[in-house]
Design a protein around this ligand. Structure first.
Ligand SMILES: [Zn+2]
Length: 686
């Protein structure tokens, strides 16, 4: 198949009379491109490139077949359209004013309208009526009604081959009993698009490709209820309708609030003069710039405006070229898509444990906003895209915060290996699992700190709160009652006991356990899951500062205060600062509950007597470190100044113990304690 650039070259250099060889190559390329556009989520070229090729092709006498050829095996039939005029498509324009045209392959409404006005004037016509309406972005079908019932619905198709969708729209009725044909645009609203994507966990570039994809599906009827039929044109078997009569028919049968009428504007009896036409174009321009910017706020997708000459007489004079009426044009909005290259990937972990990937690309700009990354819906989408660093992609603009990434079928992309999905959880580094349907990637580590249940479980372990099984927590989480640590304290007895497999006893013990624990503040700080910050480090910090002290300080003060404590690096200080900021709300909640302030306890010890302590017959570095932190001195030999001798067994037989007993006998006041007694004495609870 031709590349886009080769197609340009071929067409530009070709004679006016195109050879059959060129025609067949261009036809093949355009057909593949529209098939990709309508039916899949992988494009061959941008809309802009497509329109450009079509323009040059037509200029050299080529005839473009519009619409996708239906996919083989999807109910293709020979379609005979009873109302031939309903099959037509519209020629495209890209600008309102001729002066704005910068590209020779693009046209303006002004030129289209002036050319037509001149033709009509020559036929003695002095006034025209014009209408502007939305160009809905969906799939076009033509349907036939007998006695109000839909008896046939066909896609336009190509060369007499289309899809028979009668079974999909068989339930649709109109109140009129006239035998009519109606041309519809079948659309899906943004709301239903989002709903369907979530429910089916499928990926379609936009509502239009979702409509095409589902119309070709074997169970297309199931999607009928999500689709909207927007009536555009009406033809009657019994009478010749003027355009105004068509619109009246639409109003009677579809109501005056149907989507076509949402902002349809009719300008009657405009003089065929430069001034009147310029005036019309100025109003068109205002409407065009408004919707080019605000179309995302409409409930459905539109890709331009349709401008039509309404009068029957004028329409007859202007006629058709192939299937395209000369009396109407589709004014397309600026292309909201840009070609760019993939620069990298990264991954984030959601509360539920699902890992989301993001693709980064060379920045593109839409409406002055720079876009350089986009989250992908799920693992399935990541696999489908099969992108690697350097892949060509098309970035489509949705709104200021959302773009959509579409892969391109280019030579370059075929030579790029897909980037492998991360094998490590972005939070805990644990193994990554893939669901059976290959839809989602998730962290396999049950106590991963990035996951709601994992984080909660970690918190409980660090707070030394026992009695919660992982499976129990999982059940409460699945029931929707446990998404955060705060939820742990607000568990509702009735709700928890009603969860299958839990019951009243479990609920009571869980709630009781949570209520009865009165923690030290350092336990709270240590349980937040701050990296490189254990509960014992939190205890050291909390002998100097309360959490409230830290929360009241500026970021700079927090950092310098933490570094001033022995054994704390600036890296740890940064982690703690981030941890406090990230858990601000949780800390406020936990500090609002009953808790003990460790600093008050440590201060009491510190202001008391400083002891000289000797350990004998055992080693416990942590204990030694702890008592030194409190300001006491641990020495290696017993002297008259020693205050406490600590030993595993007071009836033991070490030299130090014997010496201590000697001093005791002399009345120096030395105390002899077991390790357990000593720990209790200094408040060491590990
Ligand atoms: Zn993890």
């Amino acid at each position: 198949m031709l590349s886009v650039n080769d197609a340009y070259k071929l067409l530009i250099n070709a004679q006016r009379e195109l050879s059959t060889n060129i025609i067949s190559q261009i036809d093949e390329l355009l057909e593949k491109a529209s098939e990709a556009y309508y039916n899949t989520d992988k494009l061959i070229m941008t809309d802009e490139e497509f329109d450009k090729i079509v323009y040059i092709y037509k200029a050299k006498g080529g005839i473009v077949k519009v619409g996708a050829k239906p996919t083989a095996g999807k109910g293709i039939v020979g379609v005979k359209h009873r109302f031939r005029e309903l099959v037509g498509t519209l020629d495209k324009t890209n600008y309102v004013f001729e002066a704005h045209v910068t590209d020779a392959t693009k046209k303006s409404v002004e030129k289209w309208l002036m050319t037509n006005a001149n033709l009509l004037y020559k036929q003695g016509i002095r006034k025209i009526s014009l209408a502007i309406s939305f160009k809905f972005d969906g799939n076009s079908i033509s349907a036939e009604y007998v006695d109000g019932k839909n008896v046939s619905s066909l896609t336009r198709g190509q060369d007499g081959q289309g899809m028979d969708l009668t079974h999909v729209f068989k339930d649709h009725t109109i109140s009129s009993h006239e035998n009519v044909g109606i041309k519809y645009e079948v659309i899906i609203s943004w709301e239903n698009y989002k709903k369907l994507m979530e429910d089916l966990s499928v990926s379609y570039a936009n509502p239009r490709s979702l409509v095409s994809g589902k119309l070709g599906d074997d169970n297309a009827y199931d999607y009928y209820k999500y689709m909207t039929l927007v009536p555009l044109w009406v033809k009657s078997e019994e009478r010749e309708m003027t355009r105004m009569e068509e619109l009246e028919f639409i109003e009677e049968n579809f109501g005056e609030d149907n989507d076509l009428f949402l902002d349809m504007r009719v300008y009657e009896d405009i003089d065929i003069s430069k001034a009147s036409i310029k005036h019309f174009l100025t109003e068109l321009y205002q409407m065009y710039t408004k919707y080019a910017k605000e179309r995302d706020q409409l409930p459905f997708m539109i890709d331009g405006l349709v401008i039509e000459i309404m009068d029957t007489e004028s329409r007859k004079v202007l006629g058709y070229v192939n299937d395209e009426p000369n009396w109407a044009t589709a004014l397309k909005f600026p292309y909201m898509e840009k070609k760019t290259k993939v620069t990298g990937f990264d991954y984030t972990l959601g509360d539920s444990g699902i890992i989301t990937s993001r693709v980064w690309f060379e920045p593109v700009e839409f409406n002055g906003t720079k876009h350089e990354k986009q989250s992908l819906q799920n693992f399935k989408r990541y696999e489908e895209l099969a992108l690697g660093i350097g892949s060509d992609i098309l970035v489509q603009y949705r709104n200021d915060t959302l773009t959509y990434v579409v892969p391109l079928d280019t030579e370059n992309n075929r030579s790029i290996q897909p980037h492998p999905y991360t094998s490590e959880c972005p939070v805990c580094g644990g193994e990554v699992g893939i669901t059976e349907t290959r839809t989602f990637a998730f962290c396999n580590n049950p106590v991963c700190e990035g996951k709601a249940v994992g984080r909660i479980q970690n918190y409980l372990i660090k707070m030394d709160i026992k009695g919660f099984k992982e499976s129990t927590l999982g059940k409460i989480h699945e029931a929707g009652y446990l998404n955060s640590i705060i939820d742990l304290y607000n568990l509702d007895f009735d709700k928890v006991s009603a969860i299958e497999g839990l019951g009243e006893i479990t609920a009571m013990s869980l709630i009781g356990t949570m209520q009865s624990k009165v923690p030290y503040d350092y336990e709270i700080l240590g349980a937040l899951g701050i990296p490189s910050f254990s509960t014992s480090k939190a205890k050291e910090l909390c002998t100097v500062f309360t959490i409230n002290d830290l929360m009241d300080m500026s970021a700079v003060e927090v950092t310098s205060s933490i570094i001033s404590v022995e054994g704390f690096s600036d890296k740890t200080a940064k982690y703690i600062l981030n941890g406090i900021n990230e858990n601000w709300e949780l800390l406020q909640f936990l500090l609002g509950r009953e808790h003990m302030i460790y600093k008050e306890y440590a201060d009491k010890l510190n202001t008391g007597e400083k002891y000289k302590i000797v350990f004998t017959d055992f080693r416990d570095e942590a204990l030694q470190y702890y008592v030194e932190m409190l300001g006491h001195k641990v020495t290696s030999s017993v002297s008259g100044k020693t205050n406490i001798l600590v030993c595993p067994n007071v009836n033991g037989s070490t030299v130090k113990l014997a010496k201590a007993k000697d001093f005791q006998a002399k009345g120096t006041g030395i105390q002899i304690m077991t390790v357990e007694e000593f720990k209790e004495f200094v408040g060491y609870d590990k």
